[in-house]
Ligand binder design. Structure first.
Ligand code: HEC
Length: 310
Protein backbone atom coordinates (compact mmCIF):
# COMPACT_ATOMS: atom_id res chain seq x y z
CA UNK A 1 0.00 0.00 0.00
CA UNK A 2 2.77 2.40 1.02
CA UNK A 3 4.50 1.82 -2.35
CA UNK A 4 1.42 3.05 -4.22
CA UNK A 5 0.76 5.99 -1.96
CA UNK A 6 2.77 9.07 -3.09
CA UNK A 7 4.40 11.47 -0.69
CA UNK A 8 1.30 13.69 -0.66
CA UNK A 9 -0.62 10.88 1.02
CA UNK A 10 -3.37 10.66 -1.66
CA UNK A 11 -4.28 7.29 -3.08
CA UNK A 12 -4.78 7.00 -6.89
CA UNK A 13 -8.51 6.54 -6.26
CA UNK A 14 -8.71 9.80 -4.36
CA UNK A 15 -6.81 11.61 -7.08
CA UNK A 16 -9.17 10.22 -9.71
CA UNK A 17 -12.10 11.40 -7.63
CA UNK A 18 -10.63 14.91 -7.32
CA UNK A 19 -9.97 15.04 -11.07
CA UNK A 20 -13.58 14.06 -11.74
CA UNK A 21 -14.84 16.66 -9.28
CA UNK A 22 -12.75 19.37 -10.97
CA UNK A 23 -14.07 18.35 -14.38
CA UNK A 24 -17.69 18.38 -13.22
CA UNK A 25 -17.23 21.72 -11.51
CA UNK A 26 -15.81 23.12 -14.78
CA UNK A 27 -18.80 21.84 -16.71
CA UNK A 28 -21.20 23.39 -14.19
CA UNK A 29 -19.41 26.74 -14.36
CA UNK A 30 -19.55 26.72 -18.15
CA UNK A 31 -23.25 25.90 -18.08
CA UNK A 32 -23.97 28.68 -15.61
CA UNK A 33 -22.02 31.19 -17.71
CA UNK A 34 -23.97 30.13 -20.77
CA UNK A 35 -27.33 30.33 -19.04
CA UNK A 36 -26.66 33.69 -17.34
CA UNK A 37 -24.79 35.61 -19.97
CA UNK A 38 -25.14 34.16 -23.45
CA UNK A 39 -28.82 33.17 -23.44
CA UNK A 40 -30.19 36.44 -22.00
CA UNK A 41 -27.90 38.33 -24.40
CA UNK A 42 -29.32 36.51 -27.39
CA UNK A 43 -32.86 37.02 -26.15
CA UNK A 44 -32.29 40.71 -25.58
CA UNK A 45 -30.91 41.08 -29.09
CA UNK A 46 -33.88 39.26 -30.58
CA UNK A 47 -36.45 41.33 -28.72
CA UNK A 48 -34.74 44.73 -29.20
CA UNK A 49 -36.62 46.97 -31.59
CA UNK A 50 -34.54 47.27 -34.74
CA UNK A 51 -34.62 51.07 -34.90
CA UNK A 52 -33.57 52.30 -31.49
CA UNK A 53 -35.53 55.28 -30.17
CA UNK A 54 -33.63 58.48 -30.80
CA UNK A 55 -31.94 57.07 -33.87
CA UNK A 56 -32.88 58.79 -37.08
CA UNK A 57 -35.61 56.47 -38.20
CA UNK A 58 -36.55 57.18 -41.81
CA UNK A 59 -40.04 58.50 -42.32
CA UNK A 60 -42.18 58.11 -45.38
CA UNK A 61 -41.25 61.55 -46.62
CA UNK A 62 -37.54 61.70 -45.83
CA UNK A 63 -34.97 61.21 -48.56
CA UNK A 64 -33.71 57.67 -48.71
CA UNK A 65 -36.94 55.95 -47.84
CA UNK A 66 -38.91 54.27 -50.55
CA UNK A 67 -42.59 54.10 -49.79
CA UNK A 68 -43.73 50.73 -51.07
CA UNK A 69 -46.98 52.24 -52.31
CA UNK A 70 -45.21 54.89 -54.37
CA UNK A 71 -42.36 52.79 -55.75
CA UNK A 72 -43.66 49.25 -55.78
CA UNK A 73 -40.93 46.63 -55.78
CA UNK A 74 -41.25 43.99 -58.43
CA UNK A 75 -42.36 40.97 -56.48
CA UNK A 76 -40.56 37.69 -57.07
CA UNK A 77 -42.33 35.85 -59.84
CA UNK A 78 -42.28 32.68 -61.85
CA UNK A 79 -41.08 33.21 -65.40
CA UNK A 80 -43.71 31.91 -67.80
CA UNK A 81 -42.54 30.24 -70.98
CA UNK A 82 -42.44 32.61 -73.96
CA UNK A 83 -43.49 31.72 -77.46
CA UNK A 84 -40.34 32.44 -79.52
CA UNK A 85 -42.48 33.53 -82.45
CA UNK A 86 -43.67 36.55 -80.43
CA UNK A 87 -40.21 37.85 -79.49
CA UNK A 88 -37.69 36.95 -82.17
CA UNK A 89 -38.67 39.78 -84.52
CA UNK A 90 -38.89 43.42 -83.38
CA UNK A 91 -42.45 44.75 -83.02
CA UNK A 92 -43.48 48.28 -82.04
CA UNK A 93 -44.59 46.95 -78.65
CA UNK A 94 -41.26 45.21 -78.03
CA UNK A 95 -39.30 48.30 -79.10
CA UNK A 96 -41.38 50.53 -76.84
CA UNK A 97 -40.83 48.17 -73.93
CA UNK A 98 -37.13 48.03 -74.75
CA UNK A 99 -36.91 51.81 -74.75
CA UNK A 100 -38.45 52.03 -71.28
CA UNK A 101 -36.19 49.31 -69.90
CA UNK A 102 -33.15 50.91 -71.51
CA UNK A 103 -33.85 54.26 -69.84
CA UNK A 104 -34.29 52.51 -66.49
CA UNK A 105 -31.39 50.06 -66.59
CA UNK A 106 -28.83 50.99 -69.21
CA UNK A 107 -28.79 54.73 -69.96
CA UNK A 108 -26.76 55.57 -66.84
CA UNK A 109 -23.74 53.97 -68.55
CA UNK A 110 -24.60 53.69 -72.23
CA UNK A 111 -26.15 57.16 -72.45
CA UNK A 112 -29.74 58.12 -73.31
CA UNK A 113 -29.17 57.47 -77.01
CA UNK A 114 -26.76 54.57 -76.56
CA UNK A 115 -23.61 56.47 -77.51
CA UNK A 116 -21.64 55.12 -74.56
CA UNK A 117 -21.75 58.52 -72.84
CA UNK A 118 -23.99 58.08 -69.79
CA UNK A 119 -23.20 59.92 -66.54
CA UNK A 120 -21.54 56.80 -65.09
CA UNK A 121 -19.42 56.12 -68.18
CA UNK A 122 -16.48 58.33 -67.25
CA UNK A 123 -15.28 56.09 -64.45
CA UNK A 124 -15.42 52.89 -66.50
CA UNK A 125 -12.62 51.09 -68.28
CA UNK A 126 -13.39 49.62 -70.76
CA UNK A 127 -15.92 52.27 -71.71
CA UNK A 128 -19.57 51.32 -72.21
CA UNK A 129 -20.32 50.34 -75.78
CA UNK A 130 -21.43 52.95 -78.31
CA UNK A 131 -24.35 51.14 -79.93
CA UNK A 132 -23.91 52.83 -83.29
CA UNK A 133 -20.34 51.65 -83.75
CA UNK A 134 -19.80 48.35 -85.52
CA UNK A 135 -16.30 47.40 -84.40
CA UNK A 136 -15.26 45.48 -81.31
CA UNK A 137 -18.42 43.78 -80.05
CA UNK A 138 -17.24 40.99 -77.77
CA UNK A 139 -20.37 38.84 -77.86
CA UNK A 140 -21.51 40.18 -81.19
CA UNK A 141 -24.44 42.38 -82.18
CA UNK A 142 -26.69 39.56 -83.37
CA UNK A 143 -29.81 38.81 -81.37
CA UNK A 144 -28.18 35.79 -79.74
CA UNK A 145 -25.01 37.79 -79.10
CA UNK A 146 -26.75 40.63 -77.25
CA UNK A 147 -28.99 38.17 -75.44
CA UNK A 148 -25.85 36.41 -74.22
CA UNK A 149 -24.42 39.74 -73.01
CA UNK A 150 -27.60 40.32 -70.99
CA UNK A 151 -27.57 36.77 -69.68
CA UNK A 152 -23.95 36.68 -68.56
CA UNK A 153 -22.56 40.24 -68.75
CA UNK A 154 -19.08 40.94 -70.11
CA UNK A 155 -16.57 39.58 -67.59
CA UNK A 156 -13.93 42.06 -66.47
CA UNK A 157 -16.02 45.11 -67.37
CA UNK A 158 -18.77 47.24 -65.85
CA UNK A 159 -21.27 45.31 -67.93
CA UNK A 160 -22.98 43.02 -65.45
CA UNK A 161 -25.54 40.30 -66.14
CA UNK A 162 -29.19 41.30 -66.37
CA UNK A 163 -30.39 37.74 -65.91
CA UNK A 164 -33.09 38.87 -63.48
CA UNK A 165 -34.98 40.47 -66.35
CA UNK A 166 -37.54 38.07 -67.79
CA UNK A 167 -36.59 36.66 -71.23
CA UNK A 168 -39.22 38.74 -72.97
CA UNK A 169 -37.86 41.96 -71.47
CA UNK A 170 -34.36 40.93 -72.43
CA UNK A 171 -35.46 40.41 -76.02
CA UNK A 172 -37.18 43.82 -75.95
CA UNK A 173 -33.80 45.29 -74.95
CA UNK A 174 -32.01 43.30 -77.65
CA UNK A 175 -34.27 44.78 -80.32
CA UNK A 176 -34.06 48.28 -78.90
CA UNK A 177 -30.26 48.17 -78.68
CA UNK A 178 -30.09 46.99 -82.29
CA UNK A 179 -32.41 49.82 -83.33
CA UNK A 180 -29.83 52.30 -82.00
CA UNK A 181 -27.22 51.24 -84.54
CA UNK A 182 -27.43 51.82 -88.29
CA UNK A 183 -24.73 49.27 -89.25
CA UNK A 184 -25.29 45.65 -90.28
CA UNK A 185 -25.71 43.73 -87.02
CA UNK A 186 -25.19 40.34 -88.65
CA UNK A 187 -27.53 37.38 -88.68
CA UNK A 188 -27.88 34.56 -86.19
CA UNK A 189 -26.94 31.13 -87.46
CA UNK A 190 -29.53 28.39 -87.19
CA UNK A 191 -27.95 26.81 -84.11
CA UNK A 192 -27.93 30.13 -82.22
CA UNK A 193 -31.59 30.77 -83.08
CA UNK A 194 -32.54 27.28 -81.98
CA UNK A 195 -30.75 27.74 -78.64
CA UNK A 196 -32.47 31.10 -78.17
CA UNK A 197 -35.90 29.65 -78.93
CA UNK A 198 -35.33 26.82 -76.49
CA UNK A 199 -34.36 29.30 -73.79
CA UNK A 200 -37.70 31.12 -74.21
CA UNK A 201 -39.82 28.03 -74.43
CA UNK A 202 -38.53 26.49 -71.20
CA UNK A 203 -39.98 27.65 -67.93
CA UNK A 204 -37.11 29.77 -66.73
CA UNK A 205 -37.21 29.59 -62.93
CA UNK A 206 -37.90 32.59 -60.73
CA UNK A 207 -37.15 36.28 -61.03
CA UNK A 208 -36.09 37.66 -57.64
CA UNK A 209 -37.90 40.69 -56.20
CA UNK A 210 -36.26 43.99 -57.03
CA UNK A 211 -36.85 47.73 -57.46
CA UNK A 212 -35.67 49.29 -60.69
CA UNK A 213 -32.60 51.35 -59.77
CA UNK A 214 -33.78 54.23 -61.91
CA UNK A 215 -37.11 54.38 -60.07
CA UNK A 216 -35.27 54.57 -56.79
CA UNK A 217 -32.88 57.23 -58.05
CA UNK A 218 -35.58 59.33 -59.69
CA UNK A 219 -37.59 59.24 -56.52
CA UNK A 220 -34.62 60.28 -54.41
CA UNK A 221 -33.89 63.15 -56.79
CA UNK A 222 -37.51 64.28 -56.72
CA UNK A 223 -37.52 64.26 -52.93
CA UNK A 224 -34.34 66.31 -52.81
CA UNK A 225 -35.91 68.88 -55.10
CA UNK A 226 -39.31 68.86 -53.45
CA UNK A 227 -38.16 70.06 -50.02
CA UNK A 228 -37.98 73.89 -49.97
CA UNK A 229 -35.05 75.39 -48.06
CA UNK A 230 -35.49 77.09 -44.69
CA UNK A 231 -36.58 80.67 -45.18
CA UNK A 232 -34.06 82.70 -43.19
CA UNK A 233 -35.58 86.02 -42.09
CA UNK A 234 -34.24 89.28 -43.52
CA UNK A 235 -31.07 90.86 -42.07
CA UNK A 236 -33.18 93.68 -40.65
CA UNK A 237 -35.02 91.27 -38.34
CA UNK A 238 -33.12 91.44 -35.06
CA UNK A 239 -35.23 89.20 -32.83
CA UNK A 240 -33.26 86.69 -30.71
CA UNK A 241 -34.71 83.78 -32.70
CA UNK A 242 -33.43 85.18 -35.98
CA UNK A 243 -29.98 85.82 -34.56
CA UNK A 244 -29.80 82.24 -33.33
CA UNK A 245 -31.05 80.90 -36.64
CA UNK A 246 -28.23 82.68 -38.42
CA UNK A 247 -25.68 81.39 -35.93
CA UNK A 248 -27.03 77.84 -36.23
CA UNK A 249 -27.80 77.27 -39.89
CA UNK A 250 -25.07 77.17 -42.52
CA UNK A 251 -27.03 75.61 -45.39
CA UNK A 252 -30.81 76.28 -45.28
CA UNK A 253 -31.66 73.65 -47.92
CA UNK A 254 -29.64 70.89 -46.31
CA UNK A 255 -30.89 71.79 -42.84
CA UNK A 256 -34.49 71.55 -44.04
CA UNK A 257 -33.89 68.10 -45.52
CA UNK A 258 -32.12 67.00 -42.36
CA UNK A 259 -34.92 68.13 -40.05
CA UNK A 260 -37.43 66.30 -42.18
CA UNK A 261 -35.81 63.06 -41.09
CA UNK A 262 -35.72 63.90 -37.35
CA UNK A 263 -38.87 62.72 -35.73
CA UNK A 264 -40.30 64.81 -32.93
CA UNK A 265 -37.85 67.72 -33.01
CA UNK A 266 -40.74 70.17 -32.72
CA UNK A 267 -41.95 68.63 -29.46
CA UNK A 268 -38.62 68.03 -27.81
CA UNK A 269 -35.72 70.49 -27.83
CA UNK A 270 -33.34 67.79 -26.56
CA UNK A 271 -34.04 65.65 -29.60
CA UNK A 272 -33.36 68.66 -31.76
CA UNK A 273 -30.13 69.61 -30.01
CA UNK A 274 -28.76 66.07 -29.94
CA UNK A 275 -29.46 65.43 -33.60
CA UNK A 276 -28.21 68.79 -34.85
CA UNK A 277 -25.03 68.81 -32.80
CA UNK A 278 -24.16 65.22 -33.69
CA UNK A 279 -24.64 65.71 -37.41
CA UNK A 280 -23.02 69.13 -37.87
CA UNK A 281 -21.73 70.38 -40.24
CA UNK A 282 -22.79 67.69 -42.74
CA UNK A 283 -26.46 68.27 -41.86
CA UNK A 284 -26.41 71.97 -42.77
CA UNK A 285 -26.00 73.20 -39.18
CA UNK A 286 -22.84 74.90 -37.90
CA UNK A 287 -20.62 73.03 -35.41
CA UNK A 288 -21.11 76.04 -33.09
CA UNK A 289 -24.55 74.66 -32.17
CA UNK A 290 -22.73 72.33 -29.78
CA UNK A 291 -22.27 75.34 -27.46
CA UNK A 292 -25.94 76.37 -27.38
CA UNK A 293 -27.70 76.36 -24.01
CA UNK A 294 -31.01 74.61 -23.38
CA UNK A 295 -32.75 77.99 -23.48
CA UNK A 296 -31.15 78.82 -26.80
CA UNK A 297 -32.29 75.49 -28.23
CA UNK A 298 -35.88 76.24 -27.27
CA UNK A 299 -35.65 79.63 -28.97
CA UNK A 300 -34.06 78.02 -32.02
CA UNK A 301 -36.77 75.36 -32.07
CA UNK A 302 -39.45 78.04 -32.42
CA UNK A 303 -37.39 79.99 -34.96
CA UNK A 304 -36.89 76.89 -37.12
CA UNK A 305 -40.60 76.17 -37.11
CA UNK A 306 -41.27 79.79 -38.09
CA UNK A 307 -38.74 79.47 -40.93
CA UNK A 308 -40.80 76.66 -42.40
CA UNK A 309 -38.75 73.65 -41.28
CA UNK A 310 -40.59 70.41 -42.03
C1 HEC B 1 -22.57 50.01 -65.08
C2 HEC B 1 -22.51 50.41 -66.46
C3 HEC B 1 -23.36 49.64 -67.46
C4 HEC B 1 -24.70 49.43 -67.45
C5 HEC B 1 -25.70 49.91 -66.43
C6 HEC B 1 -25.01 48.69 -68.64
N1 HEC B 1 -23.87 48.44 -69.34
FE1 HEC B 1 -23.74 47.47 -71.11
N2 HEC B 1 -21.75 47.73 -71.12
C7 HEC B 1 -21.02 48.40 -70.17
C8 HEC B 1 -19.63 48.35 -70.50
C9 HEC B 1 -18.50 48.97 -69.71
C10 HEC B 1 -19.54 47.63 -71.71
C11 HEC B 1 -18.27 47.32 -72.50
C12 HEC B 1 -17.78 45.95 -72.13
C13 HEC B 1 -16.55 45.62 -72.90
O1 HEC B 1 -16.38 46.16 -74.00
O2 HEC B 1 -15.78 44.79 -72.38
C14 HEC B 1 -20.88 47.26 -72.07
C15 HEC B 1 -21.19 46.55 -73.19
C16 HEC B 1 -22.48 46.24 -73.59
C17 HEC B 1 -22.83 45.55 -74.80
C18 HEC B 1 -21.85 45.05 -75.85
C19 HEC B 1 -21.33 43.68 -75.45
C20 HEC B 1 -20.34 43.20 -76.50
O3 HEC B 1 -20.66 42.24 -77.20
O4 HEC B 1 -19.23 43.78 -76.59
C21 HEC B 1 -24.18 45.45 -74.84
C22 HEC B 1 -25.02 44.80 -75.91
C23 HEC B 1 -24.68 46.09 -73.65
N3 HEC B 1 -23.62 46.56 -72.91
C24 HEC B 1 -26.02 46.22 -73.34
C25 HEC B 1 -26.48 46.77 -72.16
C26 HEC B 1 -27.87 46.83 -71.83
C27 HEC B 1 -29.01 46.38 -72.73
C28 HEC B 1 -27.95 47.36 -70.59
C29 HEC B 1 -29.17 47.58 -69.75
C30 HEC B 1 -29.99 46.43 -69.48
C31 HEC B 1 -26.59 47.68 -70.18
N4 HEC B 1 -25.74 47.30 -71.14
C32 HEC B 1 -26.27 48.27 -68.97
C33 HEC B 1 -21.52 49.01 -69.04
C34 HEC B 1 -22.84 49.01 -68.66
Amino acid sequence: VSAQTPAGGLSPDTRKLIAQLVLSAGAVILFVLFAWIVVPGLRREASEPKARPGAQAPTATSAGWLDAAEAPAHPAEEIPPVDPATVLEPTPALLARGKTLFAQNCAACHGPAGRGDGPAAGALNPKPRHFDEAAGWKNGATRAGIYKTLQAGVPGSGMVAYDYLPPKDRMALVHFVRSLGSFDHGTDDAAALKALSEAFASKGGRVPAHIPVSTAMAKLAAEQRARPALALPAETDTSPGTALLRRAVADPARAARFLEGIRGWRDDATTLSAACAAGAPANGFRPAVATFTAGEWRTLQAALAAAGAP
